[in-house]
Design a binder for this molecule. Structure first.
Ligand SMILES: Nc1ncnc2c1ncn2[C@@H]1O[C@H](COP(=O)(O)OP(=O)(O)OP(=O)(O)O)[C@@H](O)[C@H]1O
Length: 250
């Protein structure tokens, strides 16, 4: 289990007696780009929340970057961008620069002092995301696409080894969505960042992910993307058209 970015075994989780996940077992190697899909209510967000410690599992084992989740404390090694703009308060009184600095600060242990290397990391991330020229603007005034880019920068400013994205592009137009996914792809290819992406956007999975997890409370498929596309069993489950939609690399 220790070499994997993420390893989950026999996981069960739910809410108030109802079951959201059962017997979930899979692992993700470092440097993989895993697309997670499945129907509404199939437990995708719950899975992400369990991984991040936001929902307690009822049973099972989770290993994060080689450490059991119960004792994992280095959260700066993991970047998280939640669903849509779920947790975003448009009145949050901060500039782009401040939002990204806050991300850097939250990854530090006490006493939280901002050093030169932190400023450099903020600058580097803004350059990488192409948002240096809007550093002084208030986050609440930005368009949805730019705001998502800033929040991605905040998730990346600690140069995480594992990046978790839960439907990050729901509010974005197709062009902005595409450029957003390209950035994430570059992170994965050039920096070796392991990516977990929850999305209903099957075309995106087909284009960028190396691996696919299809969830329906339990794991229906988890593995190499090409194996999914060549699996007759999956054709039976999705139909030729459904499988083609996921597998067609544009
Ligand atoms: N906070 C909660 N309290 C109670 N039940 C919940 C809660 N969050 C999710 N659930 C239930 O758990 C199940 C899985 O939900 P989850 O949000 O993980 O699915 P999902 O695959 O992410 O769905 P979607 O594709 O619609 O975003 C659903 O039946 C949902 O109603």
């Amino acid at each position: 289990m220790s070499g994997a970015a993420l390893a989950i075994r026999n996981l069960r989780a739910g809410y108030h007696g109802s079951e959201a996940l059962r017997d979930v077992t899979f692992s993700v190697n470092r440097g993989d780009y895993l697309g997670i899909c499945g129907p509404n209510g199939s437990g995708k967000s719950t899975l992400v929340k369990v991984i991040l410690g936001l929902v307690a599992p009822q049973a099972g084992e989770i290993s994060l970057l080689g450490t059991p989740r119960e004792s994992f404390k280095e959260w700066r090694r993991i970047g998280y961008l939640p669903q849509g703009l779920q947790f975003f308060n448009p009145h949050f009184p901060a500039t782009v620069d401040e939002v990204i600095r806050l991300g850097r600060l939250s990854g530090k242990s006490f006493p939280r002092r901002f050093a030169r290397e932190d400023t450099e990391a903020v600058e580097r991330t803004m350059d990488w995301m192409g948002i240096g020229d809007i550093r002084g603007r208030m986050i609440g005034e930005l368009s949805g696409g730019l705001r998502q880019r800033v929040l991605l920068a905040r998730a990346l400013v600690n140069e995480p080894e594992l990046l978790v994205l839960d439907e990050p592009t729901t509010a974005l137009d197709p062009e902005t969505r595409e450029s957003f996914y390209k950035l994430i792809y570059e992170m994965n290819r050039e920096r070796g960042t392991t990516v977990l992406l929850v999305t209903h956007d099957t075309a995106t999975i087909g284009k960028y992910a190396t691996h696919l997890l299809y969830l329906d409370k339990t794991v229906i498929f988890c593995g190499d993307f090409d194996d999914f596309c060549n699996s007759r069993e999956m054709t039976g489950l999705f139909g030729e058209h459904g499988q083609h939609l996921v597998c067609h690399r544009h």
